[in-house]
Design a binder for this molecule. Structure first.
Ligand code: HEC
Length: 137
């Protein structure tokens, strides 16, 4: 059998799949004003400065000692109080951090924005045939 008969269907499948992925609109991205965007960016640097990712995940990526923080600011969770208390006092497993007030404001803006961009809980995913992920209602 000539190699072309083997590779042609694969190349076609790749082209069709790529077309579907790139032609699917990106679902509702949240919009932020300049000021908030600045805060969010600084908040991400605070997250990196204190190495939170060594124990925590965002979108499932990071260390696995602590829980995923993608949705730690979800409404009704009192996330702000939780994060302030935990970073100031620490627990047996999580150390406390000398985070200043302005750093904390930025960190919270970062987590609030993260919460609006997706859901880290795989039980709430629907994977569609083109590989995109949608949320359950
Ligand atoms: C040495 C590992 C470690 C580091 C570093 C760490 N954490 Fe944690 N964190 C934990 C653990 C473990 C928990 C779960 C509570 C517990 O059992 O102590 C936790 C819990 C939390 C929670 C509560 C999550 C929830 O939804 O209940 C928040 C918020 C949090 N951490 C934020 C942070 C932030 C912000 C940083 C960086 C400044 C950070 N953590 C750095 C280990 C860590």
């Amino acid at each position: 059998m000539k190699p072309i008969y083997f590779f042609l269907p694969l190349v076609c499948a790749f082209a069709i799949f790529s077309f579907r992925i790139y032609s699917t609109p990106i679902p509702n991205q949240p919009q932020f004003d300049e000021n908030t965007l600045g805060q969010i960016a600084k908040g991400k640097l605070v997250y990196q400065k204190y190495n939170c990712q060594s124990c925590h995940q965002i979108y499932g990526l990071g260390g696995y000692l602590g829980p995923d923080l993608t949705n730690c600011m979800k409404e009704g969770r009192n996330g702000e109080l939780l994060i302030k208390t935990l970073t100031q006092v620490g627990t047996t497993q999580m150390p406390s951090f000398p985070i200043s007030e302005s750093e904390m404001e930025n960190l919270i803006a970062f987590f609030k924005a993260l919460d609006q961009t997706g859901n880290s809980d795989p039980r709430h995913f629907i994977v569609s045939s083109n590989g995109m992920i949608a949320e359950h209602e």
